[in-house]
Design a protein. Structure first.
Length: 472
């Protein structure tokens, strides 16, 4: 036994006084949401400043390695962190362990971006710029803000010692913007890693700001249109351009595309869209709002639906399947008749309609057996998520705290997200970024992408409460 030195008892007494004060100070800092603003911003900056596009898969992997290392430093064990490979990139799955009293909750984001040309932007797209109340940079809105939100909130919950009643599973995919191979591989080969009662996706939904910067409408994504592309192909023997043929492949293809251009698929108003129109009408002034209210009726007037579709391209896309030519390829030389002409036609198909049905319709539209209509790949339908009252009640309560009286409308995305693959597993997915933006902020995939600083930090706090509320 070592002899006690003079003052030893006084030192012990001092430590007994200081340690509780230190712990109280830590708890106070953890309870203060403002103390996590810097953390969330630092994480967003780290993600934005790595060029994780399809062209640079090594950057995507480096980004996810950095996220995993950050979480290890915060106390996440090795068996709570998993990587799933899809082609050249990794995808990260992190499990925040709960008591197991309830089935897990899945939360989602992707960390890859559509590439950007630095010369076309006002500032470097791969440097986070804070200017005029906005964060600028590629991925700020799609979808690195969502990823930064989940990472920051997982860290905060860990530091606070939060013990949920279920596991919280975070999935960060690396190729949503290109092939969706990441979530496809996870769903196909590693279902056990993401098996959950329900899921929330940061890559969809969100809030709309009015002219004074106040939230006027919130949308919760509950369904997505199916992405399916087709080729229109015409072939013939070709020949010399000095002796034109009556069956020129380019002209035949052009006639087929003209018929496609003028065709309109039938209007369909499903449960999600009907509720979206009903709620959205309350927050939409003028004639469009009136048309939305009438279109939300159980048996809407066909003329109302026609006028609504003509008034707004987004609403048109939400109530009917759309198909549009996006790429052309024909000929090999300027002095030779083309032996082949081909167009790529991209379709966004409403839930309840199959690719086979759309393919049959396209053949009827083309009305020319010389034009071969074929599918590119195979797309599997994704069922809409149910309008669960328990989920909607909690979301309404949370949204009132963070977004005031703005109404919540379920929505059907005209595009596609990773949520598509998760719904195909039978797991309901509810898309809500928690970020409110104005019309001038919708710059995803475009130039000078940005999001409001206040909206980002509000979203981080919203998701923190969401994780605790649904985590039990």
């Amino acid at each position: 036994m070592f002899p006690r030195r003079p003052g030893y008892n006084g030192l012990i007494l001092l430590l007994r006084l200081l340690v509780p004060l230190f712990l109280l100070a830590c708890a106070a800092a953890a309870a203060n949401p403002d103390s996590y603003d810097d953390l969330a911003r630092d994480i967003l900056q780290e993600l934005v400043e790595i060029r994780s596009s399809e062209t640079f898969p090594e950057n995507t992997n480096r980004l996810l390695d950095g996220v995993a290392e950050r979480l290890r430093r915060e106390g996440f064990a090795e068996d709570q962190i998993a990587f799933v490979r899809s082609g050249p990139v990794n995808n990260l799955i992190v499990r925040y362990k709960g008591s197991g009293e309830r089935k897990p909750l899945l939360v989602m984001a992707h960390i890859d971006v559509v590439d950007a040309d630095p010369d076309a932007w006002q500032a470097d797209p791969f440097t986070l710029l804070t200017k005029g109340g906005y964060y600028y940079g590629r991925g700020t809105s799609d979808n690195k803000a969502g990823a930064a939100t989940l990472i920051a909130d997982f860290i905060r919950l860990k530091r606070e010692g939060y013990q949920p009643k279920r596991d919280l599973i975070m999935v960060l995919t690396g190729n949503e913007e290109s092939t969706m191979a990441g979530i496809t591989a996870i769903a196909r080969d590693h279902r056990e890693l993401i098996d959950a009662e329900l899921a929330f996706n940061t890559d969809a939904g969100g809030g709309e700001l009015d002219d004074e910067g106040r939230p006027r409408l919130l949308s919760i994504q509950m369904s997505e249109k199916l992405y399916q592309s087709f080729t229109f192909t015409v072939t013939n023997p070709g020949g010399h351009s000095s002796r034109p043929r009556p069956d020129n492949a380019i002209y035949q293809l052009a006639r087929a595309l003209t018929r496609l251009e003028t065709y309109r698929f039938p209007v369909q108003v499903n449960e999600v869209v009907r509720e979206s129109l009903r709620v959205g009408a309350e927050a939409t002034p003028g004639e469009v709002g009136e048309l939305m209210a009438q279109a939300a009726k159980a048996q809407p007037d066909p003329d109302v639906l026609r006028r609504l579709a003509a008034a707004d391209a987004g609403l048109n896309a939400s109530i009917r399947t759309t198909c549009v030519a996006t790429m052309l390829k024909a000929g090999v030389a300027e002095n030779a008749l083309p032996r082949q002409a081909q167009a790529t036609v991209n379709c966004r198909i409403l839930p309840g309609t199959t690719p086979e049905q759309v393919q049959a319709t396209l053949r009827e539209i083309v009305a020319d057996p010389a034009v071969k209509v074929e599918r590119i790949g195979e797309s599997k339908p994704s069922p809409p998520s149910p309008l669960r009252e328990d989920v909607m009640t909690k979301l309404r309560t949370l949204s009132k705290e963070f977004f005031g009286s703005a109404p919540i409308a379920p929505s059907q995305s005209t595009g596609a997200t990773d949520g598509l693959r998760v719904r195909q597993l039978g797991i309901p997915v509810y898309g809500f970024s928690g970020i409110a933006t104005g019309p001038e902020d919708r710059r995803a995939h475009g130039l000078d992408e940005r999001l409001p600083v206040d909206s980002f930090h509000r979203a981080v706090r919203f998701w923190y409460q969401l994780l605790k509320e649904f985590g039990g």
